[in-house]
Design a protein around this ligand. Structure first.
Ligand code: CMP
Length: 136
């Protein structure tokens, strides 16, 4: 298995629900290392740049507004197959479809307020990691 890095964000609903510790603990227990971490509040423009791939989607405006509505925790996780491992731990984007025991099944209330974001491919990770951590 190859060692990879992936970007993870605990979204405003995750911070609001006080599940930062639970989320990070799930990643660490699965063998991933947190190699960078910061808490910040995105501007609408910063959220729009991050989610530029979704700019034609009908939910883009709401997504930007929501992601800039409060503090988020942004981190880089490193470990074997970290991109897929992170996605399995998060569960499906829509919590109604997420496997029991995943972060989204346990904590998320809707497809928008779904607690966490994770890079969905190596290409996404190589855009998303330097977006927040240009020094890495
Ligand atoms: P995320 O993994 O951060 O990537 C894009 C986000 O857009 C996704 O999680 C959801 O929070 C959000 N999203 C995806 N589909 C919808 C939708 N149909 N309505 C609202 N938000 C959505």
């Amino acid at each position: 298995m190859k060692s990879e890095r992936t970007l993870s964000i605990i979204k405003p609903d995750g911070v609001e629900k006080s599940v930062i510790g639970d989320v990070v603990s799930r990643f660490e227990k699965a063998g991933m290392k947190v190699v960078a971490m910061t808490m910040l509040t995105m501007t609408d423009e910063q959220a729009g740049g991050f989610y530029a791939v979704h700019q034609e989607r009908p939910f883009f405006g709401e997504l930007k507004e929501y992601m800039s509505s409060g503090p988020v925790v942004v981190m880089v996780l490193e470990g074997p197959d970290a991109i897929d491992a992170n996605r399995k731990i998060m569960g499906a984007t829509d919590p109604a479809q997420a496997e029991p025991g995943t972060i989204r099944a346990d904590h998320a209330e809707s497809i928008e307020r779904n607690i966490v974001h994770g890079s969905d491919s190596p290409e996404s990770a190589s855009f998303e990691i330097p977006y927040f951590f240009p020094e890495l």
